[in-house]
Design a protein around this ligand. Sequence first.
Ligand code: URA
Ligand code: CA
Length: 439
Amino acid sequence: MNFPAIITEKKLGHPLSDEAIATFVRGAADGSVPDYQLAALLMAIRLNGMDARETTTLTMEMARSGDMLHPDLGGMVVDKHSTGGVGDTTTLVLVPLCAACGAKIAKMSGRGLGHTGGTVDKMESIGMRTDLPEDEFLRQVREIGCAVVGQSAELAPADKTLYALRDTTSTVDSLPLIASSIMSKKLAAGAEGIVLDVKVGSGAIMPTYEGSLMLAQTMVEIGTRAGRHVSALLTGMNEPLGSHVGNRLEVKEAIEILRGESAGPLLTVSLRLGAQLLIASGLANTAAQGEKMLRAALEEGRGLEKLRQLIRAQGGDESVCDHPQVLADAPVIREIISDADGYIAAMDTMQIGYASLELGAGRKKKSDIIDPRVGFIVNARIGDHVACGQPLYTLYAADTDSAVRAEHMLRIAIHLSDHSVPPEKLLYALVTPEGVQTL
Ligand code: URA
Ligand code: CA
């Protein structure tokens, strides 16, 4: 099929045939269609959308563009995926906790995308390997109950090409492109149970509740049709989820939570998602029961022990579990002080994410090298009162220049009000094949 004709169809807003979609995906996976034609079609899809049939076909073609794993690990294999956030380290909290409760988690994670951080970058920041071959990946899940790897060339290779092109062509925020990207990887990796964390708010790919709900429903429907147990939680991203942003800093916060020294919204959301994973695994019947199991694993130190095993199995330095404070170190450390009194009314979370990129915690170009040391701690949340002179952030930078640039971005990302403001909503809704339950 002639590729410009496919671009023309979508440019005019017409649905693409299954054959046209297959040509597109094959071209992305094997390199036979040049990037400029793929990018033109991505933009046409971004602008004109896809219907349910097109989105399902796109997802299934992408899933089949490489190997399809069928792990047989003597139990339900489950996976979790987030649409991406800032200070969003739920994986490093919930994977050890769920594995400590007996779940089998074969997780495929991403690198940072746009303003959001990625689990693979965080793991590499403490020396963990994320490129395990498939047999080693599955053996590790069998032995310790969990493994977390990056996207391999063998699984959903079409997404690897399209993800990188979208990041640099302003075509990330498209419902069919997000749904197919996430679900193709989950289906190819073979998880029987899938839990999706769909973010809502100023730091989310789909900022509005309505857009996020449609995305969640689309992904649940695609996964269910493919025979998987799928649920999605809609969770708040109007402010960073955890207080730490940056790769080693986020690992530090996850360890402090598992050590019982920290809590807050990051733990709350991790427990909710973890409970859904235990339900999908057949280990819990209700969310309340699942949360109770996870809290017991936390309190008894079994989550921390499992994280140690995970770090060791993937070649990282497990001693950080005993001394997380060593993960907060950079050449330039400074406080950013509030220059006024007021209540924190809003945060531009996307801008906060971009400030971490400015420090070197993420990539502005595909070839950028991440600095694992840099980032910041956000010392206040929406609804908090701050006094003039009180620290808003603690910044960790490689040099003074980047610290100054990030400070400017971080300052304008916080909006103060004279009037008191309620805290942010954390949990919006649970989407399952049975319907939407507002939380
Ligand atoms: N995560 C993904 O894997 N793909 C997207 O498109 C967005 C978030
Ligand atoms: Ca992610």
